[in-house]
Design a protein around this ligand. Structure first.
Ligand SMILES: Cc1cc2nc3c(=O)[nH]c(=O)nc-3n(C[C@H](O)[C@H](O)[C@H](O)COP(=O)(O)O)c2cc1C
Length: 349
């Protein structure tokens, strides 16, 4: 197994690292983003073992914790070898945020407390949370101050302010820093863009230039070069998000480009290697979170992992029909053990 062979997380460090970023000691600047429904424990562990400098929980409802929601509490579940791990909370008021954080920290330790001010989805914004907070800088700032009492680094994740807003992105971030924020991620899309269109690296770079060492970049990180680009624009860390669903080895490949001593075996993109790595991730999820999540992630990733290779459409179609993890195992094992005589003819389009 690629990740199991070396046991505990590998802290691949490019030249000049490890460093303290946002108050947390990290081996490198390539971090796993918060992804709702995806960055549960085994997904986080997998990417830590592949070298991610830090991982995120998905956004967790502060109110859900306060109302003792069983499903909300389950989102906190995890292992110490995932750390450093940031807990991301969402909510509408500083009081909820502080109460939610207190409950979370009574269950498990995290390395940073982060407030989601970026989610553009109506089910979150209509409650006054997520990117809605960008319209309420006083409450957003109060959240930063309220979380300081836990003695952990306090972070926020924001989006680019729409044109015509009362504050610029820089001014909004300044309010958060003045209130005690230790680090802010900027996703280079406005809330109205949701996940469409292009993320503006110029906008993220502009904020990073104003707050050196204090800004993380997010948006359209699909190739190792994207991470290097955000860093060259002054970001202190970069989030791997949808990119890891298309390329399971994106994190180690980005680290290699940045000069970290990552073995070649972590960077290959052959269909056999992709099948092996998806098998490994799926088995980890199956053993920790169960069959339905293992199948959900495997099906989601199958669509993109083998793009450009002959046989990929059939593999995706067959994968979509699978109902049991053992069937998915067989499908991926057949793919992984595909003899070179058969696979050799395949070319990337
Ligand atoms: C399925 C999905 C779930 C997400 N969940 C969260 C979340 O829980 N918290 C958050 O701050 N951002 C969330 N995001 C946003 C990502 O962290 C990231 O900022 C965004 O996808 C932009 O990066 P990308 O273009 O490289 O994917 C989510 C994005 C997607 C696609």
């Amino acid at each position: 197994m690629l990740t199991e062979a070396a046991g505990a997380p590998r802290d691949f460090a490019p030249p000049g690292w490890p460093k303290k970023v946002g108050g947390v000691e990290v081996a490198n600047p390539v971090w796993l983003a918060p992804l709702a429904g995806i960055t549960f424990s085994s997904f986080r562990r997998f990417h830590r073992a592949l070298g991610a400098g830090l991982v995120h929980t998905e956004m967790v409802s502060a109110l859900g914790l306060i109302y003792k929601g069983r499903k909300t509490k389950e989102l906190l579940y995890g292992f110490d070898d995932e750390r450093p791990c940031a807990l991301q909370l969402f909510g509408a008021s500083a009081a909820d945020m502080a109460n939610g954080a207190e409950i979370a920290l009574s269950i498990r330790q995290f390395d940073a407390l982060e407030v989601n001010m970026a989610c553009p989805m109506p089910k979150v914004t209509k409650k006054g949370a997520g990117s809605k907070l960008m319209e309420f800088p006083d409450e957003a700032a109060a959240m930063m101050s309220a979380l300081k009492k836990f003695g952990l680094p306090v972070w926020a994740k924001v989006r680019v302010m729409p044109r015509g807003s009362a504050l610029t992105t820089e001014q909004f971030c300044e309010r958060l820093f003045d209130a005690g924020a230790d680090f802010i991620f900027v996703h280079g899309r406005t809330p109205a863009q949701r996940y469409e269109g292009t993320a503006s690296r110029e906008a993220v770079g502009g904020v990073a230039a104003m707050f050196p060492g204090m800004i993380g970049g997010s948006g359209d990180c699909y190739a190792p070069e994207d991470f290097a680009d955000y860093l060259s624009r002054g970001c202190a860390a970069v989030l791997a998000a949808r990119g890891v669903l298309r390329d399971a080895l994106l994190v180690p490949r980005a680290l290699k480009l940045l000069g970290a001593p990552v073995p070649d075996g972590f960077c290959t993109q052959s269909p056999e290697a992709q099948a092996e790595i998806l098998l490994e991730l799926g088995r980890n999820i199956y053993n920790t979170e169960g069959e339905s999540l293992a199948l959900m992630i495997a099906k989601r990733m199958l669509g993109a992992l083998f793009k450009g290779f002959a046989g990929a459409p059939k593999l995706r179609r067959d994968g979509a029909m699978v109902r049991k993890w053992e069937e998915m195992e067989k499908l991926l094992k057949d793919r992984a053990s595909c003899e070179s005589s058969e696979c050799g003819a395949e070319t990337r389009h």
